[in-house]
Design a protein around this ligand. Structure first.
Ligand SMILES: CC(C)[C@H](C(=O)O)[C@@H](O)C(=O)O
Ligand code: SF4
Length: 469
């Protein structure tokens, strides 16, 4: 029978099953960071247990790390989490990319970079955006701290088999439209709960022509559509990205692995519990205007009005969101002014994202009302960007060029948007207070954020690109 990649990987990892109960799944890779691991290690210690497979674990520091004046951490809670992770990794024998290690970075950026993330693996991390790793054709999802402890001690996890979903993106993307616009358009069209109980596979021509970095942006936000995980069947693009990376097999063994990885792709004719479709040519550069990632529109639209919605609860949600965001119904999106720009996060802080932003800047200056920062997703991204001179492009235009970490994505560190101010952000969440108490977040692509930095308001990057062509 034709199977989806989701079923193939799942079936290969079930170590115990019983009718009517969750399956016990083997976990191939466990990624850790400083925020969700301390109690898990403490639990092991109290129970006198060891980590079963430290060689299948990898830890980094990302949420709390400062992005300047390293290694000074001002916040005592942040400092404690950092030193605790250091101690735990040493005691339990887990490899750690500490704050100043050359491999340090946001957990979802360094897994792929180091070749730890591979097709066919089950990958977990105490972090909801673990779905990013699904771009390689892996089942990758976030887990809670008690599950982190379970995986540390047994290398397995109890999981109910999710339903399968296909999200097909038909056709080719238009000029100036990026992976971020695609995933924001999908969430806007289908809502933040559509994926509940499912693992989603993204398919279609637009996905096939994307690079691995673009595919990671798509899979990263699966959780914002409510899905447990999101993934993409491996193809030659996947294989070429992985070739030569540190943790993948070498030589003949790589060719064998590649063949096996390609065989995981969903079979022709495999069926899914749910199928959603969107046409690439209906997608414009996107920005969010509200307080969840589905509250967004193409840049040529206006902030919606209550009359655009049929049911009362949607009208109420709109009013509440606009009150928090300080926006009026019907305002053209290109009239909205911003005070901050954040180019960073596990959604959009890889090398290609920084290149896309730098290309838009193209010798222009950051608007005088705007504070703009670039936070590379990892130290490797930072080094590579500097080798290409991207840091100079950003610095000369007036951006700050920071050290890698989660930074302003969630303001668990010193990088905070002040109350009442607006930030054009390449991250993935725009909830109330996400970038600091009272902060107002607008999600968009790196190119759109760069365009906003220059003009001080939301701008259709396609026009800016044409003007500079
Ligand atoms: C801190 C962590 C648990 C959290 C997550 O799970 O996603 C964070 O990374 C986020 O993006 O909100
Ligand atoms: S960059 Fe943001 S979304 Fe990603 S792991 Fe860090 S806090 Fe979470």
């Amino acid at each position: 029978m034709a199977k989806t990649i989701i079923e193939k990987i799942w079936d290969q990892h079930v170590v115990y099953e019983e009718q009517g109960k969750p399956d016990l799944l083997y976990i191939d890779l466990h990624l850790l960071h400083e925020v969700t691991s301390p109690q898990a290690f403490e639990g092991l210690r109290l129970a006198g247990r060891k980590v079963r497979r430290p060689d299948l674990c990898f830890a980094t520091m990302d949420h709390n790390v400062p992005t300047r004046n390293l290694p000074t951490i001002n916040d005592p809670i942040a400092k404690k989490q950092i030193t605790t992770l250091e101690k735990n990794c040493e005691e339990f024998g887990i490899e750690l990319a500490h704050m100043e290690h050359p491999d340090q970075g946001i957990v979802h950026i360094i897994g792929p970079e180091l070749g730890l993330t591979q097709p066919g693996k089950t990958i977990v991390c105490g972090d909801s955006h673990t779905s990013t790793h699904g771009a390689f054709g892996a089942i990758a999802f976030g887990i809670g701290t008690s599950e982190v402890e379970h995986v540390l001690s047994t290398q397995t996890l109890w999981q109910s088999k999710p339903k399968t979903m296909e999200i097909r993106i038909n056709g080719k993307l238009g000029f100036g439209v990026t992976a971020k616009d695609v995933i924001l358009a999908i969430i806007s069209k289908f809502g933040i709960d559509v994926g509940t109980g499912h693992i989603a596979e993204y398919t279609g021509e637009a996905i096939r022509s994307m690079t691995m970095e673009e595919r990671m942006t798509i899979c990263n936000m699966s959780i914002e559509a409510g899905a447990k995980a999101g993934l993409i069947s491996p193809d030659e693009t996947t294989i070429e990205y992985l070739r030569g990376r540190r943790h993948v097999p070498e030589g003949e063994a790589f060719e064998e692995a590649a063949e096996q990885w390609l065989s995981l792709a969903s079979d022709e004719g495999a069926s899914y519990d749910t199928v959603l479709e969107i046409n690439a040519d209906e997608i414009e550069p996107f920005v969010t205007w509200g307080t969840n990632p589905s509250m967004g529109s193409g840049i040529s639209a206006q902030v919606p009005s209550a009359e655009d919605f049929e049911n009362e609860s949607d009208k109420e949600a709109l009013k509440k969101a606009l009150a928090y965001m300080g926006l009026e119904e019907g305002t053209p999106l290109t009239k909205i002014e911003i005070q901050h720009v954040f180019i960073g996060s596990c959604t959009n802080a890889r090398l290609s994202d920084l290149r896309a932003a730098a290309e838009v800047i193209d010798g222009q200056k950051v608007h005088p009302n705007v504070t703009a920062i670039v936070v590379p997703g990892s130290r490797t991204v930072k080094r590579q960007a500097e080798e290409e001179g991207l840091d100079k492009i950003f610095l000369e235009s007036g951006f700050e060029w920071r050290e890698s970490g989660c930074s302003m994505c969630l303001a668990m560190n010193d990088d905070v948007v002040p109350a009442g101010e607006r930030c054009a952000s390449t991250s993935n969440r725009n909830f109330e207070g996400r970038q600091g108490a009272g902060s107002r977040t607008h999600l968009m692509s790196p190119a759109m954020a760069a365009a906003a930095a220059i003009s001080g308001r939301f701008t259709d990057v396609r026009e800016m690109k044409l003007a500079h062509a």
